[in-house]
Every structure is written in C-alpha cells, then in structure tokens.
Design a protein around this ligand. Structure first.
Ligand SMILES: CC(C)(COP(=O)(O)OP(=O)(O)OC[C@H]1O[C@@H](n2cnc3c(N)ncnc32)[C@H](O)[C@@H]1OP(=O)(O)O)[C@@H](O)C(=O)NCCC(=O)NCCS
Length: 177
C-alpha cells in the first residue's frame, strides 16, 4: 500500500470511493464526495494535502486537509487545517490505512508549517492519533455539535497554546451541490 498525492485522473475513482465509504454511516449527510469536489476548486485547496492510498492500482483510501482560520475576539487570525474527509474502502478497513493516511497528512502539514489540524468526528477514533477536544484550547467550531466531537491536534509542541477563538470555514463547507 502506497500513499501519494491525488492527481486529476484520480477524481472519478475518489468520488466513488467517498460515496461508498459514507453510504452506511449515520452521522453524515452523504454529501462528502461533493464537498471534496467543491474544495478542490476553492482558493484554499492545497494539492499536497489531498492524498490517496493505493494498492495494486486501486484507490482504497482518501484524505483531505483544507486551510481554515481560528479568529479571536480581537479579530486576530491563526491558520489551521480542517480534516474532511478521511475515507477507506469497506473491504480494506481495520488494516491501519485510515491511520496511515492521517499520519502522513499530519507529516506533510507540519512540513508546510501548519500548527494544527481541526476536525468534527468520532470521539473514539481520533484520540488514537493525538486529537483532543478543541474546548481544552478555548477553540470552538461554528456548529451545534457535542464538544467531544470537536477535536484538534497540535502539529508541533505548544503550537496552539496562545491561540483561542472560533473556527471559520471556507464557504465551500456550507454550500450544497
Ligand atoms: C473511519 C475510517 C476512515 C477508518 O479507516 P480504517 O482504515 O479502518 O482505520 P484504521 O484501520 O486505521 O483504524 C481502525 C480503528 O478505528 C476504529 N474505527 C473505525 N471507524 C470508526 C468510527 N466511525 N468510529 C469509531 N471508531 C472507528 C475501528 O474500530 C478500529 O479500532 P481498533 O484499532 O481499536 O480496532 C473508515 O472506517 C471509514 O472510511 N469510515 C467511513 C467514513 C468515515 O466515517 N470517515 C470519518 C469521518 S470524516
């Protein structure tokens, strides 16, 4: 299994992978494949942070990190990244592919000098990779969701110790297809 940057010719296969991966998930609007299509075309898109996991020329996993901002009461902005989505093909789960995609995305994000990654996700899965509640950092997401699902990882030590505020997502997160 190899992880590499997504290329344009992968788009249809990645679309189908995401669509199938989320099909039976409960806490989703089943629109993640369209979100990815919008984000690829947004100004914020960083191709190096759009990764596929490939085995025998089949794409079995995908992850995307997109720049967001954390804005405090003084309107001071700090750059961060949103992880949305990560998806692994049903036949290839429980083999660590999701974890490898997450770790590789973190590594590249660190190289690109980002200090953190923020996500809305399952409270049992992401702590394995070092995610904590954003509440612990005084950071909130602009959604009406339980605190335990709003998570953040610092990509370098104390990167977020002086940062607090509300996350501002690019408009593509709010649009529908
Ligand atoms: C979440 C997902 C990417 C994990 O992929 P994976 O390759 O199976 O992950 P890994 O093999 O690295 O890790 C599997 C572990 O995560 C746990 N896990 C997987 N999905 C989980 C979920 N939705 N909630 C909680 N735990 C989950 C498994 O129980 C397993 O735990 P274990 O190691 O203690 O047995 C995959 O299940 C998936 O594509 N799900 C549908 C899409 C989705 O929900 N994405 C996340 C939201 S953005």
């Amino acid at each position: 299994m190899k992880i590499r940057q997504e290329q344009k010719q992968d788009y249809p296969e990645v679309f189908r992978l995401i669509e199938n991966a989320f099909k039976d998930e409960l806490y989703t609007n089943h629109q993640e494949q369209f979100l990815v299509e919008r984000l690829r075309q947004s100004e914020a898109f960083i191709p190096e942070l759009s990764l596929v996991a490939e085995t025998d020329r089949q794409i079995v996993g995908y992850i995307l990190l997109t720049p967001i901002k954390i804005v405090d009461e003084q309107s001071q902005e700090t750059a961060s990244l949103a992880l949305a989505p990560v998806a692994v093909h049903k036949d290839f789960r429980q083999q660590g592919i999701g974890g490898q995609l997450i770790r590789e995305a973190h590594r590249i994000a660190r190289e690109l000098q980002f200090g953190s990654v923020i996500l809305l996700g399952h409270e049992k899965y992401y702590p394995k990779f070092g995610y904590e509640m954003t509440r612990n950092y005084g950071i909130r997401l602009p959604f009406d969701v339980p605190d335990e699902n709003c998570m953040l990882i610092e990509l370098s030590e104390n990167a977020m110790s002086h940062v607090h505020g509300t996350v501002v997502y690019p408009p593509e997160f709010y649009e529908t297809h």
